[in-house]
Write a protein that binds this ligand. Structure first.
Ligand SMILES: [Zn+2]
Length: 350
């Protein structure tokens, strides 16, 4: 009797414990296939619907080109559903774009954009996302993959950024409207259409196609997709984990704290002044710097700042016409706020 009871107990234990790991495996395998909404920014007519316009380049046309290329590439992956918010040149409100994403049960909204600045100073890519909780986590984890990929194409990277409006919600409408519907969203500002570093790339139709393919590949990595067509498998791709922020993340609203220059050496023959610059911002990285040899009347183009260092040195070429050079520099953080340095008169130059 005792033996029989023991066997019955053992059978019961096996019966009740065995299914557990099977259930877990099933749960992993049954993870739902992602639904991706690609949003080509802007569209339609009237100033505010065109997006950035500069020297014949039109943001609303470029966004559609990249979005079409992104969709075509993403559809080469298995078990993914892809939608565009617009397929032609028409106005659609940001609320309607997000509502469309909700109606198709989207897992992520990718809003495709190009950039421009009023002074035509800036260049490179930036990725905007929500400042809130899991939406920031998703946006930053995707954004880090995407930023690395865009950097590999030779575009300068300003990284993942957040910005809040006066209401305390996300500043950008497509992000705010998506998050309100529980959908993570990023705005990918691929490049500037008004700066000499980026324009030759943007003007090349094969490059806009490459941008779409790059965006799609980053999505595939983020979601761990695989493609029999392409012969790639990102199902074991390890994306860097970003923690959910403990506070709401807004833009850096303060100028860099430190911007200091010294003159290390001068060479009258060549006109070169070797300048050492120290710059720091504890809230966001220093990404650009510029220099002036005429005491701040005119400045160089923005240069790329080496983010691995707080102090770096460079030559300033002073033209012969400038008899009394005065060196001043500016350090810009990745929200484009700058601090101007002390001025150093080069006394032994002439
Ligand atoms: Zn735009």
């Amino acid at each position: 009797m005792i033996k029989k009871l023991f066997i019955a107990t053992l059978v019961a234990l096996l019966t009740f414990t065995a299914p557990t790991p099977v259930t877990n495996i099933t749960a992993v395998a049954a993870e739902k296939n992602p639904v991706i909404v690609i949003d080509p920014g802007h569209g339609g007519f009237g100033d505010r619907n065109l997006g950035a316009q500069y020297n014949g380049l039109s943001e609303k046309a470029l966004t559609l080109q990249v979005a079409n290329a992104m969709k075509a590439e993403l559809e080469k992956y298995d078990n993914v559903t892809v939608y565009l918010t617009r397929t032609d040149d028409r106005y659609i409100s940001l609320e309607d774009r997000a509502a469309f994403a909700k109606s198709v049960n989207a897992d992520f909204v990718y809003s495709i954009h190009f950039n421009a600045s009023s002074e035509h100073l800036f260049y490179g890519s930036e990725i905007w996302t929500s400042g809130f909780d899991k939406y920031y986590k998703a946006g930053a984890e995707f954004g880090n993959i995407e930023s690395e990929a865009l950097g590999a194409l030779g575009l300068y990277q300003k990284g993942v950024k957040t910005k809040l409006g006066s209401s305390g919600k996300d500043y950008y409408g497509i992000i705010r409207a998506s998050v309100a519907r529980d959908i993570p969203c990023v705005i990918i500002e691929h490049a500037y259409i008004d700066h000499g570093y980026d324009v030759p790339k943007v003007k090349d139709a094969s490059f806009t196609n490459t941008l779409g393919v790059t965006d799609a590949t980053s999505v595939a990595k983020y979601f761990g997709l695989k493609s029999a067509t392409l012969g790639v498998d990102y199902s074991n791709y390890k994306k860097a984990t970003v923690a959910k922020p403990s506070v709401v993340l807004g833009a850096d609203l303060s100028d860099p704290e430190t911007c200091q220059v010294n003159v290390l050496a001068t060479d009258k023959a060549s006109g070169n002044v070797l300048v050492e610059m120290t710059a720091n911002d504890s809230n966001s990285p220093i990404i650009y710097f510029s220099y002036s040899y005429d005491g701040g009347k005119t400045y160089s183009y923005l240069q790329m700042w080496d983010r691995s260092k707080q102090t770096q040195s460079f030559n300033v070429a002073v033209p012969k016409t400038c008899k009394n050079p005065v060196i001043v520099c500016r350090a810009y953080n990745n929200y484009e706020l700058f601090k101007e340095s002390n001025a150093v008169a080069v006394t032994d130059f002439q």
